[in-house]
Design a protein around this ligand. Sequence first.
Ligand SMILES: O=P(O)(O)OC[C@H]1O[C@H](OP(=O)(O)OP(=O)(O)O)[C@H](O)[C@@H]1O
Ligand SMILES: NC(=O)CC[C@H](N)C(=O)O
Ligand SMILES: [Mg+2]
Length: 503
Amino acid sequence: MCGIVGVVSAQPVNQLIYDALLLLQHRGQDAAGILTQLGHKFFMHKAKGMVRDVFRTRNMRALPGTSGLGQVRYPTAGNAASEEEAQPFYVNAPFGVVMAHNGNLTNAQALRRELVQTDHRHINTESDSEVLLNVLAHELGRASQGGALQLEGIFGAVAAVHRRVRGSYAVVALIAGHGMLVFRDPFGIRPLCIGRGADGTVMAASESVALEGTGHRFERDVAPGEAIFVTLDGHIHARQCAEAPRHHPCMFEFVYLARPDSVIDGISVYQARLNMGQTLATRVVSTVPPNEIDAVIPIPESSRPAAMEVARLIGRPYREGFVKNRYVGRTFIMPGQAVRKKSVRQKLNVIASEFAGRNVLLVDDSIVRGTTSREIVQMAREAGARKVYLASAAPPVRYPNVYGIDMPTQEELVAHGRTVEQVRALIGCDALIYQDVEAMKRAVAALNPGLQGFEASCFDGVYITGDVTPESVVAMNAPRQASAAEDDDGATTRLTLPNAQES
Ligand SMILES: O=P(O)(O)OC[C@H]1O[C@H](OP(=O)(O)OP(=O)(O)O)[C@H](O)[C@@H]1O
Ligand SMILES: NC(=O)CC[C@H](N)C(=O)O
Ligand SMILES: [Mg+2]
């Protein structure tokens, strides 16, 4: 995932985009970029780092104009270390087009070959987003047939993008002198919504929190496959551009990625987490008698709503046992296992009195590589806990994700090929309780019966775009793994238990 925002206004937009990116920082901590448009001219500043570090006053001053877009990046393709892969991306032919993308293409390599050999376009980085931009630019050229670009041509180009591109993509783009183009893949995997300010400003963003937090009224989610074009004077045109759209938003947004105060595809993220806590509670009581639990303790930050519900339903006290250093970012979206591992202890510290002599139930939203859980369980024991039970509001993560969450290989997943008992032994807790896959889907689906399902491949191994095989996952990851190994500088932590059959 990444965070994206696009704005068309009558006022300068640089500060507005900055503010929106700050509200989306939890979606990407690696790089940030803002592009603005004044007349037909684009102005851009992008670099590696968090929003507050990337933009200095002099950079902001150099971003004039009344329309623009921005992105915070969490790399899931190409080279995480590359400054050039920060977004937005720009092409100048056949029109000036800039794009910010959240998602991950599953046929980027084939498209890259096609673009170079058949469409005669130049791709300068390893980023799949640059591939997507070039497909769009090529299709805009085809649709305009060398003449002026009309609305029909823009929607036709998005329809062609849907035909050629596979994977997940939520996109905001600017076409120089024309307006802002916003679209979402035919499964609506990654989130995207649109709203308006009192002064008529139109904003599209990954999450509703970016609209609300900048004083804009949420109007609606962009539908799967839909394209919305906003002219520079603020007129909105919408068109369904996919042949058979189906709505399957990413389950991991509700589990972990999104902010709890966002509403995505009609579902309150906070309520989804409470619901997951409710179904988790029933699993807890069937594994550990509640009277053997002295306190339910969340692993900050994202697990809090689920932990609160578990505590309420099993009738045991909810206590804070870990304090989060608010100046350390989210560890899961950091690049490289070495830095993630180190950051858990930098980020979380125990309140020892909450553990001494007690049996505690720790609750996390998910266990992915097991980095957090292993450290936390150890910290609880060091603080004097008698029994340490661990519950995960998400089911075991057993399959790689190819749609924009950085878990590219199954070997890195602690639950892959292991029984729950083996994971428990590896993490070092006294009992390990996981959410059930179907129960999780039901708990979240209950909040919007209009959805056709969820993209939940990391839990159930079902890849809804239909083009993903174990071989294609390996091929897709080859360039990334090479760069990840470099980033880790040989310090990658390997889990030591032998793999076993899945439970
Ligand atoms: O099993 P792992 O590979 O460690 O990944 C899972 C952990 O990572 C995330 O926390 P993170 O620190 O990123 O963010 P948070 O503060 O939002 O919980 C998530 O909430 C889990 O705690
Ligand atoms: N997670 C994302 O949305 C990443 C966007 C794009 N695939 C990149 O790696 O830059
Ligand atoms: Mg966490």
